[in-house]
Design a protein around this ligand. Sequence first.
Ligand SMILES: Nc1ncnc2c1ncn2[C@@H]1O[C@H](COP(=O)(O)OP(=O)(O)OP(=O)(O)O)[C@@H](O)[C@H]1O
Ligand SMILES: [Mg+2]
Length: 319
Amino acid sequence: MAAPDGRWPLSSEARAALLRHSSCVLGQRPPDLAISAATLPGDPLARMEANQPSPIVEVVALRKVFGQTVAVDEVSFAVAPGRSLAIVGESGSGKTTVAKILAGLETATSGSVSVCGRDRTRGARGTRERRRRGRELQIVFQDPYSSLDPRQRVGDCIAEVMQLHQGLSKRECESRAIELGELAGLDPANMRAYPVGLSGGQRQRVAIARALAAEPDVIVMDEAVASLDVSVQAQVLNTIADVRERTGATILFISHDLAVVRQVTDDIIVMQAGRIVESGITAEVLDAPQHPYTQLLRSSVPTPEWKPSAVSGTPTLAP
Ligand SMILES: Nc1ncnc2c1ncn2[C@@H]1O[C@H](COP(=O)(O)OP(=O)(O)OP(=O)(O)O)[C@@H](O)[C@H]1O
Ligand SMILES: [Mg+2]
């Protein structure tokens, strides 16, 4: 539960871990809203908290071990409501594992995660809690085939989520499902199809529309637009931007595409081998990466400034 002033209390462990990783507390208020640090006691976290809205997503000292593999190693970050956070990093750096733990699809070895001020390190107890968690956070993966029911028409699968989470009538849900499908780039005729009758890109759009149908507080997109062609990708990103504007949703955007990351996220964390190696405002980190790994990551991706002729024969980034 949020405190009476709308802030969620931090546990003492969370305070200590976030203090150690203070650069990962994201989403500063504009300076005019910030309380002057000089008026506050000496505790740096108290000053930080006063300058920040309470996080809607909070990950504290998260660790996940699979056999001999440490997939996630002491990861801590917090996201303020309404912000969008990119999680980038090489393949196998632990991005999906963090997302799955947030969505309750994996359990943490140690550490904690909370969403909307409620701890979800342990599994949901009962249907009510599962349903509430679904309203709080929805996740979309790159290949959603396994999460779509092969026996359910896609229109019904989107409408069902609306009915469950928004309490609308069946009829209202059906017509709104078509609207939402169109926003996600689906043809109304696709609504009557079964998943097997759709292309991979169309199925991806169904998964995105279904996640948006819950109007969740937090949407996690794990390479969710990577397989779409550029025009549909732009349309889907616009739809997400519209939903954000309308509902104030928070986005966690996992992607290898630094150009898209720059376009759609405010803040960024860079992961390597299960750890956060750099974090900050997306544009600042991508413009002037401090960590050698982020520099490498950025220089290996062609961007709009990419100029093949800048160095004799070797494609490189413009200065
Ligand atoms: N269920 C699992 N069982 C065993 N090892 C796993 C499991 N899931 C992930 N791993 C391992 O954990 C590490 C992190 O995997 P993860 O999928 O989180 O990486 P990622 O950053 O999402 O990579 P990619 O960019 O390729 O999607 C990898 O070494 C992976 O092999
Ligand atoms: Mg992944």
